[in-house]
Design a protein around this ligand. Structure first.
Ligand code: ATP
Length: 454
């Protein structure tokens, strides 16, 4: 038995990827990885019912030819074939997703649909050991959670069945050799050779350097991924149990937990409990929700002061209550109060059709705006929120501070607008800026962000 075959066989067995008699849908782009995958399972596992799936994303000039190629290959080898002509550009326009993400979502939705339609047990795709190294490096570089750092999972639940990646056990060059040995003539995607994408630059320039240092780099990454994946799975199970223990009441609108019990758990479980609660309360977690929100929630739970609150996207409020010792996550529907955390470039919609555009560094906007504010790193993360009782803003030259209520009166802001007018505060809660009305004195350090109020 060839080395390649042994490796893939052992990996499939170790992760219990397929069982005799399973119907397996293989995603075939026509490229080397997926064509080799299709060939391998047809040759070596006659006990499986293999079918091929191709999605024509309609993004490249050659996409129809790729689809025709896979179709012809399947016809020649009598493999059942499924094709989707997808409108990826339409999806990008609708959702604002990037091209890779939109293509993947369209593909996965089709896999899911087909699984149901054909009664398939498994979806199989062609990612390999070099993709694993690339994915882990890419995510670490961009910032990721422990789950993200574990990279691509060999097996994961998918629709009513599972998605598996048997070729994570072999490298790209082993796949290329396999193609040669079996006279496969895969299609080539020219965009893989371009340096326009970060992932391609990692693959083409960074990983070869790392491989020079350690030719068995992919094995080291695979071990790391496996162990981290196991640790994560265990921690997540423990977090589910811990959450049962700390939870007082829960419904789709609210979640109450005991602060005292929550604090008896270590930080890794606390962080995961917060993620579980947010996943539970948001049907779809908003993109504006970031790890800074999780940290802010944990800080509120940790702080000595027994009460406080935070406002998360989509009117979700987190309150620590002094009276009952509970921590409440709930949706506020009746209150005009709002609060958004600012810890990255973003565009925030404010009441009365105003916008706050947060841009990195010091910039000069090209459109007319009402007011502009430069803020240094030492004040981050900021919050933009509606006013609260007792809010004050510092005056220049150490002349004390002024009540925000008085600023509103002085500038003749109508009563009806005062509860909606934005107030920008620093990480320590002090008021820095009342857009259009007043600025606290700056600390004179270089600007990390420019805030533009339209
Ligand atoms: N258009 C498609 N139709 C069906 N399956 C696809 C398609 N594109 C990708 N896949 C599946 O997803 C896997 C990973 O996609 P990716 O775009 O990373 O492919 P790749 O590394 O270029 O692989 P390949 O050599 O198979 O094109 C592929 O190996 C294949 O199994």
């Amino acid at each position: 038995m060839s080395d390649f075959r042994l490796k893939v066989k052992a990996y499939c067995e170790k992760h219990e990827m397929v069982s005799s008699g399973d119907k397996v849908l293989i995603g075939v782009s026509g490229g080397p990885d997926s064509l080799a995958l299709l060939h391998f399972f047809r040759e070596n596992r006659p006990d499986l019912k293999v079918e091929a799936v191709h999605v024509d994303h309609g993004l490249r000039g050659s996409s129809a030819a790729d689809a025709a190629y896979v179709k012809a290959y399947c016809k020649l080898h009598q493999i059942p074939f499924h094709l989707l002509l997808a409108d990826v550009k339409g999806r990008m326009e609708q959702t604002g997703e990037g091209v890779q993400e939109a293509a993947r979502k369209v593909r996965y939705a089709y896999f899911e649909e087909l699984m149901e339609e054909t009664g398939a047990d498994v979806v199989m795709i062609g990612q390999h050991a070099d993709d694993q190294v690339e994915t882990i490096l890419f995510r670490l570089m961009r910032g990721t959670s422990m789950r993200g750092a574990a990279g691509i999972m060999p097996v994961r639940p998918f629709a009513e069945g599972k998605m598996v990646r048997p070729f994570l056990s072999v490298t790209k060059s082993e796949i290329e050799q396999y193609c040669e040995q079996h006279d496969l003539e895969p299609r080539r995607d020219p965009t893989n050779e371009s340096d326009a994408y970060t992932r391609n630059r990692l693959r083409r320039h960074v990983i070869p350097l790392l491989k020079k240092e350690n030719p068995l780099l992919h094995e080291a990454f695979e071990r790391f991924s496996e162990e981290l994946g196991e640790d994560n799975a265990w921690l997540e199970q423990e977090a589910v149990k811990a959450l049962e223990d700390v939870c007082v009441t829960k419904s789709s609108e609210r979640f109450h937990l005991s602060v005292e019990k929550f604090r008896t758990y270590g930080l890794p479980l606390q962080r995961r409990m917060i993620h579980l609660i947010l996943n539970y309360l948001y049907a779809k977690v908003p993109t504006s929700l970031s790890s800074a929100h999780t940290r802010a929630i944990l800080d509120l739970l940790k702080q000595a002061h027994p009460s406080g609150d935070l406002h998360l996207p989509e009117s979700l409020t987190v309150t620590r209550s002094y009276q009952d010792g509970y921590f409440h996550f709930q949706r506020k529907t009746d209150d005009a109060a709002y609060s958004y955390l600012i810890d990255k470039e973003q565009l925030i919609e404010l009441p009365d059709r105003h916008m706050l555009d947060v841009q990195a560094g010091e910039i000069v906007p090209d459109k007319p705006y009402y007011d502009l504010y430069y803020v240094s790193e030492s004040f981050m993360p900021l919050t933009v929120r509606s006013r609260r009782d007792g809010d004050k803003i510092r005056l220049p030259d150490g002349k004390g501070s002024k009540k925000i209520k008085d600023v509103f009166i002085e500038k003749k802001v109508p009563l009806s607008q005062r509860n909606r007018h934005p107030i920008v505060t620093a990480a320590d809660g002090s008021v820095l800026w009342i857009p259009g009305l007043r600025k606290a004195p700056s600390d004179g350090k270089p600007a990390a962000y420019t805030l533009i109020y339209y």
